[in-house]
Each structure stands twice: as structure tokens, then as C-alpha cells.
Design a protein around this ligand. Structure first.
Ligand SMILES: CC(C)(COP(=O)(O)OP(=O)(O)OC[C@H]1O[C@@H](n2cnc3c(N)ncnc32)[C@H](O)[C@@H]1OP(=O)(O)O)[C@@H](O)C(=O)NCCC(=O)NCCS
Length: 220
């Protein structure tokens, strides 16, 4: 199977809502149709489709919040039939690398973080393999409230926070460059990333080799 990873556009909006957010699994925060529209408008939602059929397979978002400045990776969901192929890892790496690439000249510190319900084991090894560290403590589900969104009672569940230290940014770039060049996943599956935005494997790698201070002066 060849998976196509790209930013979602408005034409896919209703389809994505029905497939992933109308009835969300217990570990994903509910996103209303209106909020999804905003996320897509902000070019923050990534969608994976099967290359041949165009069927939707997975989604995630990387949202830029400004006060305090932080980027939140979330909404990660791979349809059951496509799990354990390495797709979630590739999607996470490419989405986060794109965010870092777009903000590579930013003088401001942008922390990249994500939340995982305390009882959700699946994403933990994945996040750690990319370079995320679990922060101490547990966090109530407040991110929706900060945005003025009503939370469903189940979403008052406690979460752990994972933060990507800036010392790992180059690791993410190298992983992303590898997906761009080879596209290899598990079990003969592969990914084709359509990132445009001027992002290339060479560009990602050159940032890390040319600018040895990349990330280092930008502590989380
Ligand atoms: C979490 C999820 C996105 C992982 O998707 P995936 O495509 O299967 O993940 P990958 O194939 O890229 O696997 C990456 C790692 O995730 C972990 N993982 C994936 N499925 C797992 C499972 N069923 N049990 C334990 N660990 C699992 C493994 O550590 C795996 O690495 P490994 O194969 O080297 O051991 C998927 O299970 C899912 O959509 N779950 C429901 C929604 C959810 O919980 N999202 C995360 C919210 S924070």
C-alpha cells in the first residue's frame, strides 16, 4: 500500500469530519465541525489517503497557539485496518517537521507539545522514538477550555504532556528527510509526502549541517 500524506483542504472537510471526528474514539479530543473548518483553514490538518483509491486513512494536526506561544500536535488517528504499519510515526514526523521548517527563522521560542490520556499506552513509544519527552505530572484537559470549547465530561480525564526538546529538532528533520527520500514503512508499505511549502529533504538536512545552532538556542 502507498499512503499519500498532505495538508487537508476544504474539499475533504465533511468527509474528514464524518470519518474521524463525528464519533471520536475515547482518546481523541472531540473537534466540532466548526473547529475542524478553522483547523483546515489554518493549514494545520494533515490527512493520509490511499494513493490509488483516495480513501481516507489517518489524520493529525499541528496547531499554532500564540498565548503562550506553543504548537500542539494532536488528533492523531489511524483507521484500524492501517494500524501497525508505521504510518502514525511517519505522519507525526512529517507534520512536526513541516511546522518546525515553517518556523525555522522564528526568534521566538515555540514549544512543540502533545497530550496523551494517562490510560492510553499506544502513542507513548511512538512519541519517544521521535524525541518527545514526557513532562512530570498530570494535566487536566484544559486546552479546549482555553479555546472556549465545551468539553465532553470524558475529556476531563487526566493527561500526560510530552514535549519535543529543541535538541531533538534535527533528529525530526533527519527522520523526515528519510521518509521523503525512501518513503519506507513496515511490511512493504510506503508513504508519498506532498509537502510543497519549499520543503525538501536537502533543505531539511542542510539546516542541520549548516546551522549548528539550530534548535540549540531555542530551549523548550
Ligand atoms: C496510536 C495510533 C495512532 C498508532 O497508530 P499506528 O499507525 O498503529 O502506529 P505505528 O504503526 O506508527 O506504530 C508506532 C508505535 O506505536 C506503538 N503502537 C501502535 N499500536 C500499538 C498497540 N496496539 N499497542 C501498543 N503499542 C502500539 C508501538 O510502539 C509502535 O512502535 P513499534 O511497532 O516499533 O512497537 C493508533 O493506534 C490509533 O489511531 N489509536 C486510536 C487513537 C489514539 O489513541 N490516538 C492517539 C491520541 S494521543
Amino acid at each position: 500500500m502507498v499512503y499519500r500524506i498532505a495538508l487537508a483542504n476544504e474539499a475533504l472537510q465533511d468527509h474528514i469530519f464524518q470519518a474521524f471526528f463525528a464519533t471520536t474514539p475515547p482518546h481523541i479530543r472531540r473537534v466540532s465541525a466548526g473547529e475542524l473548518k478553522e483547523i483546515i483553514r489554518d493549514r494545520a490538518l494533515w490527512a493520509v489517503t490511499e494513493s490509488g483509491t483516495g480513501d481516507l486513512v489517518a489524520v493529525c494536526y499541528v496547531r499554532d497557539f500564540f498565548s503562550p506561544r506553543r504548537a500542539e500536535f494532536g488528533g492523531l488517528h489511524v483507521k484500524d485496518a492501517h494500524q501497525r504499519t508505521g504510518l502514525a510515526r511517519a505522519l507525526c514526523v512529517l507534520a512536526v517537521a513541516t511546522f518546525l521548517w515553517l518556523n525555522r527563522h522564528s526568534k521566538e521560542n515555540v514549544a512543540v507539545l502533545t497530550y496523551v490520556h494517562v490510560d492510553n499506552q499506544r502513542p507513548r513509544k511512538l512519541l519517544k522514538s521521535i524525541g518527545f519527552n514526557q513532562a512530570p505530572g498530570v494535566f487536566p484537559a484544559t486546552s479546549g477550555q482555553e479555546l472556549g470549547i465545551d468539553l465532553h465530561p470524558r475529556e476531563s480525564r487526566l493527561r500526560h504532556m510530552f514535549v519535543l526538546p529543541s535538541s531533538e529538532y534535527c533528529k525530526v528533520f533527519r527522520l523526515a528527510a528519510d521518509y521523503l527520500v525512501h518513503g519506507k514503512l513496515e511490511k512493504h508499505h510506503s508513504v508519498e509526502a506532498h509537502l510543497s511549502l519549499g520543503l525538501t529533504a536537502e533543505g531539511l538536512l542542510s539546516i542541520c549541517s549548516d546551522d549548528l545552532s539550530f534548535g540549540a538556542s531555542n530551549p523548550p
